[in-house]
Unconditional design. Structure first.
Length: 132
């Protein structure tokens, strides 16, 4: 079997929370997809110790790209990324390599696509890293 690697990318976005829906629309437009809102408790429990009341997400199987937008500061006031306290939102992307390849997409091209889409957003987005 061939070892596949998913590529995760984490950005922080300095978008005022009242503009969250504007940012979601901008992400929908830049990435040409529609993020879904989830308030599913069992899903949100997976983010503990962060206590979130919602996330926005989308998985497009055609290129294996999963996108998620969530708050940096949880409902208890705790920061997931304390070094980025002035960035209210976290944009997480994962390229599922096996899904991408199975659908004829090149994972590194999908990763480049993510970077180009993020650059179109109307708020400052900072690449924080590539978590496992």
């Amino acid at each position: 079997t061939v070892e596949t690697m998913d590529t995760n990318t984490l950005y922080v976005i300095s978008c005022p929370l009242p503009d969250e829906k504007k940012l979601v629309k901008a992400i929908d437009s830049a990435f040409d997809r529609k993020l879904s809102l989830s308030k599913n408790t069992s899903l949100l429990n997976g983010y503990r110790p962060q206590i979130l009341d919602h996330i926005w997400f989308n998985l497009r199987k055609a290129d294996g790209l999963y996108i998620e937008l969530r708050h940096n500061r949880d409902t208890e006031g705790r920061l997931e990324l304390p070094d980025y306290a002035n960035h209210s939102l976290i944009l997480f992307t994962r390229v599922n390599e096996s899904l991408a390849v199975a659908n004829g997409a090149n994972p590194s091209e999908v990763q480049n696509y993510v970077a180009s889409c993020v650059s179109l957003l109307p708020y400052e987005a900072l690449l924080v890293g590539n978590p496992e």
